[in-house]
Design a protein around this ligand. Structure first.
Ligand SMILES: C[S@@+](CC[C@H](N)C(=O)[O-])C[C@H]1O[C@@H](n2cnc3c(N)ncnc32)[C@H](O)[C@@H]1O
Length: 393
């Protein structure tokens, strides 16, 4: 088995060597022939090259990546260490946690820093070999179990953390029963644990019939929504139905009851894009009310206001330049009369084809950071809003 070799002295030395060659700019194909010429079996050289490539990719997130082992696929599935550390805080003070679907141990490493006893479970025996190596590098004593998360029985008083797969090849799985293993079955199986935390797709349907009775936390890292987590039992904050967290700052907002309904009105001087974590936790209307914003349509989360709100991590603002109808001729004429900026296009519930619209307006240079054309479906009809970042006016 290649994982057993990867964690051996010979395997680790080969991964180190391959990583150095990759750092020197050597191509994987050339490295493969070098390893083959040295008598290395092709299966082992593929594993070492995969681990070297993954390690280099992991450097920006794991400061000690050069001592850890990943496979490319396991790295893609691993939680970001910042997010793992955030989640692990909910297990602080417990004596024992079972980390289900542990992979190469992204979450196990963070849990191990807070909980004295961690048992890591995965179906993939190879990944568990790499996890044990990674835990040893961090000085953590972790027990591992190659088992189905639905059959593993946590010892008494053991809390449970689970990070099921949310992908089938390239396809992202959104329905809770499509997560692997299925979330409703995981909840049934482990709801008696004192505290339970299950990582979910951030795109879960809020009316998914399998949604457990839980605090749902939506987490964004560096502005991008990364995951939802269902907190059940002692991991949940009492009375909180949903929460939004922004990392790395740790800014948080919680929702316990009803939220305000913002009025719908015309496009104001500013567009306000509330963080997607807050939108998913249904907290954007609370934020909108605080800053005196209103909605553009019943079903749109994009907000607008006449007064520029104070800067905040919870939203980004743009200055509205003009509001036009969604007619290519009109937009083209307006763009011709104004400075050339790279133009970014975004659709908000509009059913038309953005690329076709871009071609029809004369293919202006496309790109972020400049002017943006938001095509927004309103309750009746649609509008094209041209805006720039606030400092650009
Ligand atoms: C999203 S990855 C976990 C990543 C991990 N938490 C980390 O941060 O490195 C999901 C893992 O679930 C495992 N898995 C899928 N179905 C499973 C099952 N029924 N029982 C146990 N593990 C399972 C996969 O092998 C994969 O390693």
């Amino acid at each position: 088995m290649t994982a057993v070799w990867l964690v051996s002295d010979d395997g680790l030395a080969t991964v180190d060597e391959v990583t150095t060659w990759l750092d020197d700019g050597e191509l994987p194909l050339r490295i493969a022939s070098r390893l083959r010429a040295g008598g290395r079996a092709s299966e082992l050289s593929t594993a070492a090259i995969g681990a070297g490539v993954a390690r280099r990719r992991a450097r920006e997130r794991w400061p000690d990546a050069d001592r850890l082992l990943f496979t490319r696929e396991a790295l893609e599935q691993a939680s970001d260490p910042e997010v793992s550390r955030w989640r692990a805080r909910r297990f602080q003070g417990t004596r024992s946690v079972m980390d289900l679907c542990a992979g190469i141990g992204g979450d196990t490493l963070a849990l191990g820093e807070r909980v004295p006893s961690v048992i890591s479970v995965d179906l993939d025996v190879g990944r568990l070999h790499l996890l044990r190596h990674n835990a040893a590098i961090r000085g953590l004593d972790v027990a591992t179990m190659a088992a189905d998360a639905l059959l593993a029985t946590p010892p008494a008083d053991t809390w449970v953390h689970a990070d099921p797969s949310r992908r089938d090849g390239e396809r992202r799985l959104r329905a809770l029963r499509d997560h692997r293993p299925s979330v409703p079955t995981l909840v049934d199986r482990h709801r008696r644990a004192p505290g339970l935390g299950i990582v979910l797709s951030p795109a879960i349907d809020l009316v998914d019939p399998d949604l457990p009775d839980a605090e749902l936390e939506f987490v964004a890292l560096d502005g991008a929504l990364t995951e939802a987590v269902a907190w059940i039992g002692a991991t949940a904050i009492p009375g909180v139905h949903a929460s939004a967290t922004l990392l790395p700052s740790g800014e948080r907002r919680e929702r316990s009851g009803a939220v305000p309904v913002l009025p719908v009105g015309p496009v104001g001087h500013h567009l306000i894009e509330v963080s997607s974590a807050a939108i998913r936790a249904r907290l954007h209307t609370v934020i909108g009310e605080e800053i005196g914003a209103w909605r553009l349509a019943e079903r749109r989360a994009l907000l607008t206001a006449d007064t520029l709100p104070d800067p905040s991590e919870w939203y980004r603002t743009r200055s509205v330049e003009t509001v036009l109808s969604v007619r290519a001729k009109e937009i083209r004429r307006w763009l011709r009369l104004h400075d050339e900026h790279p133009l970014e296009l975004a659709s908000h519930g509009w059913s038309g084809d953005l690329d076709a619209l871009w071609r029809a307006i004369g293919r202006p240079p496309r790109g972020p950071q400049g002017r943006r054309l938001d095509v927004v479906r309103l309750d009746v009809g649609a509008v094209a809003i041209l805006s720039v970042p606030p400092h650009a006016r």
